[in-house]
Ligand binder design. Structure first.
Ligand SMILES: C[S@@+](CC[C@H](N)C(=O)[O-])C[C@H]1O[C@@H](n2cnc3c(N)ncnc32)[C@H](O)[C@@H]1O
Length: 277
């Protein structure tokens, strides 16, 4: 049979599968097709951090982003909002907890988002600190399972104590500023349950949480194997998001595009004053 009558073979492109292992390292696997499907051909581990980064570089980056942030319209909006919403006598806060920042040093596309979010968290602290009730101290904490040792060093240099999961869930209370720049709704639930009394709760959006919980509940209703535990989480998240919306004023941050193309838009929930209830 002449070659020309053979069906042309599909060109072979090895698949590149990147997965994250529990220790935060990215595993890259290339695969080769066999009769039994794709089998791993090469395995290599990428370093978890951008090797070119150092503490000094991260601090420089933080400084550069802060300069841009300080001159932004979004920052002016935030300053005015906090001045308007502060209770008489100041903020009743003694800790600020940043949850789900992502890693500022892992070499993935969103690394700079984490730097930006940290800039915003630290600036919020600078705005709140001079106005604490009873001359309270404000302790700073951050929890993120993906923090690398460089991130920990970076945070320590900014006086932020890193917590091991689930310490943040345990220590948050009604004297906590809670800052959550994007977390899956079911993981945000323990914080939302406390947020009803938190003077300042910063999150993606309670409407988004409610929509996600509603969607999960709908899926569960059509799944005979669906767990009761998740069903309860859905109900709790729906109730908690409604409570936060009832007890707080909702302020959507104006969309702000920074030079790196990162949007920081989040929602600020400020506790209603007693006389407003
Ligand atoms: C959607 S990412 C958001 C990362 C970053 N803030 C951003 O906006 O790009 C969610 C992050 O939550 C972290 N995370 C998951 N469970 C957590 C927990 N219980 N406490 C703190 N962070 C958690 C994950 O490691 C992940 O980095």
């Amino acid at each position: 049979m002449p070659h020309s009558s053979r069906r042309p073979r599909k060109p072979y492109h090895p698949k590149r599968v990147i997965s994250e292992s529990e220790d935060g390292w990215s595993r890259v696997e290339r695969t080769a097709p066999t009769r039994h499907g794709n089998t791993p051909l090469v395995q290599e581990a990428l370093p978890p951090v951008d090797r070119s980064l150092t503490l000094e570089k991260l601090l420089d980056e933080h400084k550069r982003c802060k300069q841009q942030w300080v001159n932004s319209e979004a920052r002016r909006w935030l300053q005015q909002l906090l001045a308007r919403q502060m209770t008489e006598g100041g903020w009743s806060l003694n800790k600020a907890v940043c949850v789900a920042l992502g890693s500022p040093s892992l070499s993935w596309a969103n690394r700079l988002r984490s730097v930006w979010q940290l800039v915003m968290f630290m600036d919020l602290i600078d705005m709140v600190r001079p106005n604490l009730k009873h001359g309270d101290e404000l302790k700073l904490y951050a929890q993120e399972p993906r923090f690398t040792s460089l991130d920990r060093e970076f945070l320590k240099s900014l006086d932020v104590l890193v917590l091991e999961q689930p310490r943040a869930e345990e220590i948050v209370d009604d004297a906590s500023l809670i800052f959550i720049p994007c977390l899956e709704w079911v993981l945000e639930l323990p914080f939302m349950l406390v947020a009803a009394k938190s003077p300042l709760y910063i999150s993606s959006s309670m409407h988004w949480v409610a929509e996600e919980a509603e969607r999960a509940r709908y899926r569960l209703a059509n799944d005979p194997e669906g767990s009761n535990r998740l069903q309860k989480d859905c109900d709790d998240a729906l109730a908690a998001s409604k409570t936060v919306l009832d007890t707080h004023h909702e302020h959507k941050m104006p969309e702000a595009d920074f030079a790196d193309g990162h949007s920081l838009a989040m929602t600020i929930y400020t506790l209603k004053h007693a006389e407003e209830d």
